[in-house]
Design a protein around this ligand. Structure first.
Ligand code: IMP
Ligand code: MG
Length: 183
């Protein structure tokens, strides 16, 4: 879905489809270099990271495996609490694996900090993070994000996997949701 079909729900475009594709291709080159000669397991965080995983993984000119987790941060609405519940766990054991977590956005960083240490505690050989978007608050939590697509302002964004009440995930760009939609 593009801007024309989203009407007035979207206040402004933060990252275009072309910018996303170009940046993911750059990150793919970087990851190829960093993991040359090593097996790589991409772990996507459902549901937001579906689009990023699909496009990033297809930019990679190498073999990878993929697995998925679904987690939920307790807490209501648009605030993250840091208390994380696993809704869907990995299909396979990750002992000794080199893992890159693929995420849509790092806001407070609480979810990823928890996820990274959870995967490390399962005996992964290495765990790095790739995120399409990062908000400024992420700096407050000491979670090391190795691959960042775009640093964006602290605004509630939707599209390209990111939702508001489960909608807008299928926008092919990242946009700021108009305030009248949630206030
Ligand atoms: P964190 O734990 O605060 O880093 O937030 C983690 C999750 O909150 C993300 O994976 C998203 O699912 C959600 N989230 C944070 N900011 C936004 C946003 O601007 N739009 C949509 N979802 C968001
Ligand atoms: Mg997410």
């Amino acid at each position: 879905m593009n801007l024309n079909t989203s009407g007035t729900d979207i206040e402004s475009v933060v990252v275009t489809q072309d910018q996303i594709q170009a940046r993911l291709a750059e990150l793919a080159v970087q990851v190829e270099k960093d993991y040359a000669g090593r097996d790589l397991l991409l772990i996507g965080v459902l549901k937001g990271a579906v689009m990023t995983m699909a496009d990033f993984s297809r930019s990679l000119q190498r073999h990878v495996e993929m697995d998925w987790m679904a987690v939920s941060s307790y807490g209501s609405g648009t605030k993250s609490s840091g208390v994380v519940r696993i809704l869907k766990d990995l299909d396979r054991d990750i002992t000794g694996r080199e893992v890159v977590i693929v995420e849509d956005i790092v806001d407070t960083g609480l979810t990823l900090a928890w996820l990274k240490s959870n995967l490390e505690s399962r005996g992964a050989k290495s765990v790095e993070i790739l995120t399409l978007l990062r908000k400024p608050d992420a700096a407050k939590v000491s979670v090391d994000v190795k691959y960042v697509g775009f640093d964006i302002p602290t605004e509630f964004v939707v599209g390209y996997g990111l939702d508001f009440n489960e909608k807008y995930r299928n926008l092919d760009f990242i946009g700021v949701l108009a305030k009248h939609m949630y206030s």
